[in-house]
Write a protein that binds this ligand. Sequence first.
Ligand SMILES: *[C@@H]1O[C@H](CO)[C@@H](O)[C@H](O)[C@H]1NC(C)=O
Ligand SMILES: *[C@@H]1O[C@H](CO)[C@@H](O)[C@H](O)[C@H]1NC(C)=O
Length: 189
Amino acid sequence: TKGKSCSQPICCFLGVAVLLLVSTVQAEVCPPPCICKSPKGLKIQLIDCSSRGLKEVPALPASTRQLYLQNNSLTTVPNGVFDSLVSLEEVNILNNPWNCDCHILYLKLWLEDFKSSLTNLSCASPASIKGKPLSQLSGNELDGCRTLFPIKCLEFFWRDLVLIIFAIIALILMAYDLKHFRKLAVKLP
Ligand SMILES: *[C@@H]1O[C@H](CO)[C@@H](O)[C@H](O)[C@H]1NC(C)=O
Ligand SMILES: *[C@@H]1O[C@H](CO)[C@@H](O)[C@H](O)[C@H]1NC(C)=O
């Protein structure tokens, strides 16, 4: 009968529980081309995505402890992609054609933070720094980082200059007006 349908609290509780379960299961799913290992009844801990021809870092479960991404076609990583991996203990991202422009800065800083031993992670492009270890490049040597700063500075410089010129013109006009007004006042009988 209708009274026995989902109007009882226990029913709603079960519904919410099932929804929560589904959403956590979805978040813990193994990214498609990779092989994952999880201890019995526990979340995914090892993700092996090595040698899969990947061009992008796949969605990674937060429970990841060991992450293997070596020997792929990764050129960069999106900003913040590793930030959610709070349990990470081991990572291998060697043997990828890293493009060391300004976008690689996140990876460089993250690797320094992680105190990873990947000191010989080398850049594949641009040509000027091909083969150089990422860890030995300063922000200034990364393509795009260098030009970004002066352009911003110049923008501020011109904006300030325009403001100052306007202020000076306004002052001159005010001074002129004042003089003109005095003359008028004198002329009046
Ligand atoms: C690297 O990956 C390719 C496939 O993308 C594979 O054929 C090759 O054997 C791998 N090399 C190593 C050293 O694992
Ligand atoms: C760094 O490169 C050296 C040889 O150039 C190699 O023996 C060492 O295993 C590399 N380190 C890592 C973490 O791959």
